[in-house]
Design a protein around this ligand. Structure first.
Ligand SMILES: Cc1ncc(COP(=O)(O)O)c(C=O)c1O
Length: 383
């Protein structure tokens, strides 16, 4: 028997021991264990195949011993250049591949690391409320104070940034998870003005930038005049190319912030496996049919849900629908009485109370049956 007693970790004591949906997931599993057929439409699980060019290039490169070695720490020049080309073509933004593009194992990594490199202990990191539940982790690790600013439901979930206090960094996320809206006109310009007024940095999470519907055009924060002087954008292969488990993403924009991220990773990581980089280049440069296919599938599922609920629902982007629940209904009641698991709004911050998030990233049959059960629960209540 070992007498080893680990000294408590101050760092770990700062971060939450559980995550927002843990209770609901536990209840879902308990019900399933009792033989109840719970339908889960709460979480975004990608059931669509990843980009075909990426799959092919990964298999080819993995079979080539020349690629099976330590990669360049900051990603190959070819990958960074391919990404800068995509930004120019798709969003009209010029990026210097050597100074303005950092390659990361997914944007979740960027979410945490950006707080670490932008906020010191005791400084403030501001999150939009409602927010993606992974955001508080970064400020917790950094020992920073976590602040929130409300998004205005009546203004397309836009913030009123002229009323927002100074902070070391301010996170934004459009298309928004969970609110499923694109950035309302003027939001990115207001963000640049907030940064200029306060000296804080803007972090824009564009993980769902290409999953936008009804003919909307994907929009980058970095296309806003002055944006690169004050902030960065996080961009993910997970949603656009269906490569969620592959773990690759980018932090782009302000050269000083990109350099801080790269320096942190020079010490903490050893780059991205080269076959993964080849796969990413193949996806970025190849035919883009798989992106269009993903957009068409989610839009069709959104319309299916709207038809089933017989109510107008908002989903301008992402693969979620953010739904106001009638007062009589809660996520718990939907689960216990109607056997359908949705993500409770409170898990996304105080402003989420009374709302629920429904995922369109579930198989068609699960969504269809889930929509039926939601419709049954809403019957006579939703107008
Ligand atoms: C808003 C938002 N940002 C970032 C991520 C993480 O993406 P990645 O797979 O690139 O880490 C997600 C994943 O669900 C997300 O919803």
């Amino acid at each position: 028997m070992s007498n080893w007693q680990p000294i408590p970790s101050k760092l770990l004591a700062q971060i939450p021991k559980t995550y927002a949906m843990a209770d609901l997931v536990a209840e879902r599993e308990a019900m399933r264990a009792r033989g109840i057929d719970v339908l889960d439409v709460s979480i975004g699980e990608l059931h669509l195949a990843p980009d075909p060019q990426a799959r092919e290039a990964l298999a080819r490169a993995a079979a080539d011993v020349a690629f099976n070695r330590y990669p360049e720490l900051r990603g190959s020049r070819e990958l960074r250049a391919a990404f800068a080309d995509l930004y120019r073509r798709r969003y009209g933004v010029e990026l210097d591949p050597d100074r303005e593009v950092a390659v990361l194992p997914g944007t979740k990594t960027g979410i945490v690391e950006l707080s670490l490199v932008l906020a010191d202990e005791g400084e403030t990191v501001l999150l939009p409320d409602p927010y993606y539940p992974d955001y508080p982790s970064g400020p917790s690790f950094a020992g920073a104070r976590l602040g929130t600013f409300p998004l205005d439901a009546d203004a397309g979930w836009a913030p009123h940034l002229d009323e927002v206090e100074a902070a070391a960094a301010l996170y934004l996320n459009y298309p928004s998870n969970p609110c499923a809206v694109c950035a309302a006109g003027g939001v990115f310009e207001d963000a640049v003005r907030w940064a200029e007024r306060t000296g804080g940095a803007i972090v824009h999470d564009a993980a769902y930038i290409d999953l936008v519907y009804d003919g909307r055009v994907p929009a980058s924060f970095l296309a806003t005049p002055g944006a690169k002087d004050v902030g960065v954008e996080m961009w993910s292969m997970s949603k656009t190319y269906g490569m969620a488990g592959w773990r690759i993403g980018f932090v782009v924009g302000n050269a000083e912030i990109v350099e801080r991220i790269n320096l942190l990773n020079d010490h903490a990581r050893v780059g991205i496996f080269e076959p993964m980089q080849r796969a990413t280049i193949a996806a970025l440069e190849g035919p883009q049919e798989s992106v269009a296919g993903r957009v068409a599938t989610y839009q069709r599922r959104r319309d299916l849900l709207a038809d089933a609920l017989r109510a107008p629902i908002v989903c301008e982007g992402t693969f979620f629908v953010w739904l106001r629940l009638p007062e009589e209904l809660t996520a718990e009641r939907l689960l216990e009485e109607h056997r359908v698991a949705v993500a409770p709004g409170e898990g996304f911050g105080p402003s989420g109370a009374g709302w629920a998030r429904i995922s369109l990233a579930v198989p068609d049959d699960v969504l269809e049956l889930g929509a039926e059960r939601l419709a049954e629960a809403f019957a006579g209540i939703v107008v």
